[in-house]
Design a protein around this ligand. Structure first.
Ligand code: C2E
Ligand code: CA
Ligand code: CA
Length: 654
């Protein structure tokens, strides 16, 4: 029913569709009115010529009333329609809208009236009634009327026309009235006119709806191309293009502009603790705070909790100070802090990406420095920045040239004090920068998604070391490898591990995998599967850095691990913090209940080691026994009797 009502034009259309009809009508009426105007001018000229050629000037009044008046009325309505349509097309939409509709009505009715008049005249002379038909089609079908309006106009005009000819004497038969055949023909003609009207209306309507959809999609796309979907402020793409324009404007005072990169410290923990929606709300609030604080400047959200602003230097410090206070006020139990890195372009520098990178670098350099909110990119940061670029650009060369080394740190049994495992830790022995520790390259490799290259290299190096030890009857112990969360995403790290284990014939019990707790708090579909697969293949999976985040217990709930590595932060407060001991004791108990092996990292004193033994923690790792050392050094220390390898393990390896 609804469809029928819609098809006949009874349903109220939305504004877009109404506008579309109006536009189509205005366009069509331009052609129609031009034809009408030209035709009528021609008719007037023709009539005038006939009058003069036949010297009929004396009957001008008669001709005027019978012909000229009609021509003039039609000409006038055509001209009116033309002016209206042209004005609309030229963009003077609002003023002419109501008038336009009125003119359309006048034009239609005049056309039909003219058609009826001419065709009645023609019919009386035995001619065809083509003018009437043409005018019906012209004004009802070319101009799109709603079907029910077209019905009213056409039905009344056809009826009137029919009624008039029904009273005339037919030229061919000499009888008054119309024959049955004429009646049927007439009805069919009217039906056809109506059909064309309905079809035309529905076609135009369908086209309008299609256009409306397209336009909505387009509007949405163009909106999200410059706008950040979550916060509604500008996005990175917009920022970059606008910042580039600004930097390249001759009139921009470069001395006074500055790039600011904002990061919300502990946002991840906030998200973990309060959930995704609360996290999003926080981002929106902070986005609008930054936007308001830098009103008139270029403000954008780059990704996650990262915002970038291009603004003027004056007063920037105060604004950031105030903003930082506002953000602090938003915190609940999770400590929130706004960190800002700033970069002032030098000379005629116009590289927006580099400027943002540097501001971000400055920002990252003050993370975890609780007393600092703002850091300007300077010479000392520049050196670090260069190291970062060096690392990203040289990881492949470092791997190829063997600059990456595996250091081993013993893991000791609290019962026997012997080595029951080794943790493989990467080192970069660089010809330019010297010995680099993971702290200076792991995060960068993760940021640039290159970490898998290093981890694959370490896997093979450890397997090779195992083979070498066995072949040369040297002691060795099961090794735990550090896998990054990204390894599972960027390559088939499990497949690669299996391949290497097979290639060097390493027993699976000699290869364990450490996954850091923070990796598991990020929602990722493939990680649970990958962990399951590792365990199914026979590898032990360890949870590294347990207790370093906010959802440690959730991780335990959702995954199964063989070994729980208790983060070294627990031991750091061993001496002064009374709570440390009961907490550690509880964690160790929990580990037992969950049938996992407990290991505490960062053991530096004998006292700590004894305590761990007493509370039943099975393994310990830390500087008390050894720092991470190259394999050679480890072997020497074992040979010197400084370190012992647990019997059951060394027998297996030999
Ligand atoms: P982690 O896995 O938690 O490794 C333990 C870190 O604590 C090591 O630092 C180790 O040298 C240090 N450590 C061990 N015992 C003590 C102690 O008694 N006191 C103190 N203060 N520190 C101790 P390192 O070797 O600098 O490694 C840092 C981090 O880099 C590692 O943390 C690990 O997350 C990452 N990492 C190291 N090698 C690799 C690797 O091959 N692949 C991946 N993906 N990450 C690695
Ligand atoms: Ca580790
Ligand atoms: Ca750790």
């Amino acid at each position: 029913m609804k469809v029928l009502l819609q098809g006949l034009g009874f349903e109220k259309e939305c504004k877009y569709v109404r506008d579309y009809f109006y536009r189509t009508n205005m366009r069509a009426s331009i052609y129609m009115s031009i034809v009408v105007v030209v035709l009528e001018i021609w008719m007037i000229i023709r009539m005038t010529r006939t009058i003069f050629e036949h010297n009929l000037q004396s009957r001008f009044a008669y001709y005027f009333e019978k012909y000229y008046l009609n021509y003039i009325v039609l000409l006038a309505s055509g001209a009116l329609m033309l002016v209206c349509a042209v004005r609309y097309i030229k963009g003077e939409k609002k003023s002419s809208r109501a008038v336009g509709l009125l003119v359309k009505w006048i034009f239609t009715l005049v056309c039909i009236y003219f058609g009826i008049k001419v065709s009645l005249n023609d019919y009386s002379k035995g001619e065809q009634i083509l003018t009437f038909l043409t005018m019906e089609l012209f004004s009802l079908c070319l101009l799109t009327w709603k079907p029910y309006i077209a019905f009213l106009i056409s039905a009344s005009s056809y009826l009137y026309f029919f009624h008039r000819i029904d009273q005339m004497t037919a030229v061919n038969t000499g009888l008054i009235g119309t024959t049955d055949a004429t009646k049927v023909n007439f009805f069919i003609m009217w039906l056809s006119t109506m059909m064309v009207c309905i079809a035309n209306y529905n076609n135009t309507r369908a086209q309008a709806l299609k256009d409306q959809n397209l336009e909505e999609v387009n509007t949405y796309l163009s909106k999200i191309s410059v706008e950040d979907e979550l916060t509604g402020i500008h996005n990175m793409v917009y920022f970059r293009s606008e910042a580039e324009k600004l930097l390249n404007y001759v009139t921009t005072d470069r001395e006074s502009i500055i790039f600011l990169f904002f990061d919300i410290e502990n946002f991840k923990s906030y998200n973990e603790k309060y959930g995704f929606h609360a996290g999003n709300d926080l981002l929106k609030r902070i986005a609008h705070m930054i936007d308001a604080a830098f009103n008139g400047s270029l403000v954008s959200r780059f990704s996650d909790d990262h915002f970038v602003v291009l603004t003027r230097l004056d007063g920037v410090q105060n604004v950031i100070g105030e903003l930082s206070g506002e953000v602090k006020r938003l915190q609940k139990e999770v400590h929130l802090e706004l960190k800002c890195g700033a970069y002032k372009p030098v000379g005629d520098e116009a590289d927006v990406s580099l400027a943002c990178d540097r501001a971000r670098f400055a920002c990252n350099s003050i993370k975890k420095h609780y007393d600092r909110t703002l850091r300007l990119y300077d010479k000392s940061l520049e050196d670090k920045f260069h190291l970062k670029q060096y690392i990203v650009n040289n990881i492949d060369t470092a791997i190829q040239n063997g600059y990456i080394k595996v250091y081993y740190q013993p893991i000791v049994s609290t019962k026997t004090g012997c080595i029951c495992g080794l943790e493989a830790l990467a080192r970069w022995q660089d010809p330019k920068y010297g010995l680099l520790s993971p702290g200076s390259f792991i995060e960068i490799l993760e940021e640039y998604r290159q970490i898998y290259k290093l981890d694959k290299y370490i896997i093979e190096a450890v397997c090779r070391d195992y083979r070498d030890s066995v072949d040369n009857k040297k002691p060795f112990a099961p090794v735990s490898l550090n896998f990054s969360r990204l390894d599972f995403e960027l390559c088939d790290i499990v497949g690669y591990l299996c391949e290497m284990v097979e290639k060097y014939d390493v027993p699976k019990e000699f290869m364990d995998v450490e996954i850091t707790e923070s990796a598991l708090t990020v929602q990722q579909d493939f990680l649970p599967d990958a962990i399951k697969k590792l365990r199914e293949f026979g590898y032990k999976v360890w949870l590294d850095d347990f207790g370093s985040g906010y959802s440690s217990l959730n991780v335990l709930k959702d995954y199964h691990f063989d070994v729980l590595k208790i983060d070294m932060k627990f031991l750091s407060g061993f001496k002064n913090n009374e709570k440390t001991r009961p907490i550690l004791e509880n964690i160790v108990d929990l580990t037992k209940q969950l049938k996992m092996v407990s290991l505490t990292e960062g053991v530096e004193t004998k006292e700590q080691f004894d305590f761990l033994g007493n509370i039943g923690c099975e393994r310990a790792q830390g500087y008390l026994f050894s720092k991470p050392v190259p394999l050679e050094e480890l072997r020497e220390r074992i040979a010197a009797g400084e370190l012992k390898v647990c019997r059951d393990i060394s027998i297996k390896s030999a």
